[in-house]
Design a binder for this molecule. Structure first.
Ligand code: PLP
Length: 414
């Protein structure tokens, strides 16, 4: 535990919960227990109000207008970029590209970096615990360029086999793309070590931070990753907005991903010259409202304090882990030493879908299935898991409700 965490306070959760209107909802007449935060988080009033405010007061297109509203929207859009840059401590604001989400950010890098830098026989190194969005875009570009996708395997605990990483990191590898935190196992990967080793071999690294950015302080200059991707909706912001951070030197060298308005400097039928960063990678009208409101979600996190958020989440996660461990015939899928956010498990012979449905009837929202990580399910030879995933607004009584719900399902089905 770092010193910042050691001094962080546990948040007053009852007070926090009042910030989130959806947490007051009842499902089937009972208070909702929302444990599907890895899929998407709920939104605080501040965020909802900012969305309303944008459309009610200054909705206008950005970057192209001289009129008052357009200038206001442009200013707010660029302020949001500054907030994201500050949140991850990026060196330059123009290293922040607004995208549709993590998936879109990774597709951008795979396509653009791949078109420029991959040749037949080159390798792209990912891990066995990646979300499909950090597998398929690389498969697609590898197929197009005749490159080869290599995979760092995992062990039975759901941790990366780092000795295999060392062996796989040959001079054929042109980029390493790994997740910081696994969405299906909850594993926190040793990304510092991965980045240091890759850089020592002159290889850039993309970090999928979809499950890290809302839980763990990410200081991109300290980490020194070359690319970083995350989604707004998993960090208390809206859907449809996401971020790609890229080091200036890579973004400068990479070709545009999409063509259209805003990403150009000059267009003739003979030749088009491209705009400077970040606009080179933001073709067309962006999600103006989404970007502005993502900035407000970041304000909310900073007002609450990420260290306190983390401390509060660790408390509920440890409590959940201990209580679930006491359930007979429950087995965890993924037992990594470093964990965050999500707990995956199976109970006896109960199919995860059946467990999910019975929990739903008790107004408990968990996710079941492969969680877009089918290779992880293949590794453990299971059809899927039940996943409870936590945010700082989850409480110990909610964990108790989950445990009670599982016990009830066990009596009925196992
Ligand atoms: N990567 C990880 C680790 C995820 O958990 C997810 C979503 O669950 C994604 C990528 C894709 O995020 P999105 O669907 O918001 O693009």
């Amino acid at each position: 535990m770092n010193s910042e965490l050691a001094t962080a306070v546990i948040l007053d959760i009852e007070k926090i919960r009042k910030d989130f209107p959806l947490l007051q909802t009842k499902v089937y007449g009972k208070p909702l227990v929302y444990l599907d935060n890895a899929a998407t988080t709920q939104k605080p009033f501040m965020v909802l109000q900012a969305l309303d405010d944008y459309y009610a007061r200054y909705n206008s297109n950005v970057h192209r207008g001289v009129h008052y509203l357009s200038q206001q929207a442009t200013e707010a859009y660029e302020v949001a970029r500054r907030k994201v840059a500050a949140y991850i401590n990026a060196l330059h604001e123009h290293e922040i590209i607004f995208t549709k989400g993590t998936t879109n950010s990774i597709n951008l890098v795979a396509s653009s970096f791949g078109r420029k830098f991959l040749k037949p026989g080159d390798e792209v190194l990912i891990s066995a615990m990646e979300h499909h969005s950090n597998i398929v875009p690389w498969q697609m570009i590898c197929e197009e360029k005749g490159a080869i996708l290599k995979v760092i395997p995992i062990n039975d605990q759901g941790e990366l086999r780092m000795e295999r990483f060392d062996e796989l990191l040959t001079d054929k590898v042109k980029i390493v793309a790994v997740t910081y935190v696994s969405n299906s196992l909850g594993t926190v990967n040793p990304v510092q070590e991965i980045i240091q080793k890759a850089h020592a071999a002159g290889i850039p690294v993309l970090l999928d931070c979809a499950q890290a950015i809302q839980h763990i302080p990410v200081n991109i200059q300290e980490l020194d990753a070359d690319f970083l991707a995350f989604s707004g909706h998993k960090i208390y912001g809206p859907t449809g907005i996401g971020v790609l951070y890229g080091k200036e030197r890579w973004l400068d060298e990479m070709p545009p991903y999409e063509g259209g308005g805003d990403m150009i400097k000059n267009v003739t039928f003979a030749k088009t010259t491209y705009n400077e960063l970040p606009f080179k990678f933001e073709a067309g009208t962006p999600d103006i409202a989404g970007s502005i409101v993502l900035g407000v979600a970041i304000d909310y996190i900073q007002k609450t304090g990420l260290a306190a958020i983390r401390q509060t989440e660790e408390d509920v996660l440890n409590y959940a882990y201990n209580r679930l461990a006491a359930i007979p015939s429950l087995r965890f899928i993924g037992n990594a030493r470093q964990r965050s956010g999500a707990i995956s498990f199976l109970v006896g012979n109960i199919h995860p879908f059946d467990m999910g449905e019975l929990l739903d009837k008790q107004s408990i929202a968990v996710r079941t299935g492969h969680h877009c990580t089918q290779p992880v399910m293949d590794f453990f030879k299971i059809p899927g898991t039940v996943r409870a995933s936590f945010a700082f607004y989850n409480t110990r009584p909610e964990v108790d409700a989950l445990v009670k719900g599982i016990e009830k399902a066990r009596q009925m089905l196992d």
